[in-house]
Design a protein around this ligand. Sequence first.
Ligand code: PLP
Length: 397
Amino acid sequence: MIANKMQSLVANSSAIRAMFEEGKKMAAVVGAENVFDFSLGNPSAEPPAAVKEAILNILSEEPVNLVHGYMNNSGYEDVRKKIAESIQSEFGAAITEDNLIMTVGAAGGLNVIFKTILNPGDEVLTFAPYFAEYRNYCENFNASLTVVPADLNSFQPNLQACEQYITAKTKAVMINTPNNPTGVVYQEAVLRELAQLLLAKEKEFGTDIYLISDEPYRKLAYDGVKIPYVLEMYHNTFVGYSYSKALSLAGERIGYIVANSQMVDFKATMDALNVANRILGFVNAPSLFQRVIGRCLTAEVDVNIYKKNRDLLYQHLIECGFSCIKPEGAFYLFPKAPIADDKAFCNAAKKYNLLLVPGSAFGCPGYFRIAYCTDFDRIQRSLASFSKLAEEFNLSN
Ligand code: PLP
């Protein structure tokens, strides 16, 4: 019999699978081109040409043992060095390859961080709305996730509420900017205030509280908006990064963690991250793609593809009468549902072949998420469906 803990996890994944099955059924009736599946955050922009070129060149130029063999659990030193130098030059952060370990995407990186710092019974705080997997990752290590209620006016971290939620059991505070599901970029002033709050709480409780910034959408920002780099705002900070979205390589599972050198027990922490990467069964991040990243540090996906989608869809939703904060990054919109029951609303949307995700899946009921990482054509064709949905709920002005 499967483990007790797994039973509810399997039941939850069935809900996601059910949505996928629903899409397939819809496609059989109305044709795949008329299903407006906005449920999944799978990058639609192509990886930059430099990625394919790097793969081909690596396979013809680099020694087979180097490309495919085991290595230090932290990853190739030369690749880590190049990444560290690029972080140094972009953000002025005082780091080297010794601050950095290569991971199996952001998801692998977060599990490695949690394995390193969490004891059973510890609490991790995050801000609603949040990426639902965080709860599972905490529970992997018998720790729990506590969710600070959203600031619905801005979707910035709600610091006033946060202060009440931090206790002696709080081991870490997780942030995600640009945010999934809102697309909001957390402001520098808010992040600096959060850093001050954590320092004060460390003193008050005599504990270590880590700040973990999950940043798989860092490269997807629009209109020249700058995403503050939190690493050196606070001593006990980890930044988790991933190339899943930045280079549209979600299936290749490649990213890294970087830690602030001022962190308590820095050296022991880096050693522990290294061991955690090994014993969680990752062993090391995928070798070929580490080599690829080493050659593609300046490559970028064309973010204008997502910006064009955002602009069209946001404009249309507002014209239809939906209310929504204009996202500055990632590839999600998070409008307010016109009724309190976000699940009923998303069910109603299916009539118009729209697959949307209820905000309650992100700890923020009363809203819904649209993942606009899809073809521009499909977005154009979906507009009439959003209009009909708005009419059904009497939103039109
Ligand atoms: N964190 C957030 C906020 C995400 O949205 C995702 C994926 O959608 C991940 C982490 C996991 O990313 P990765 O593919 O790099 O593991």
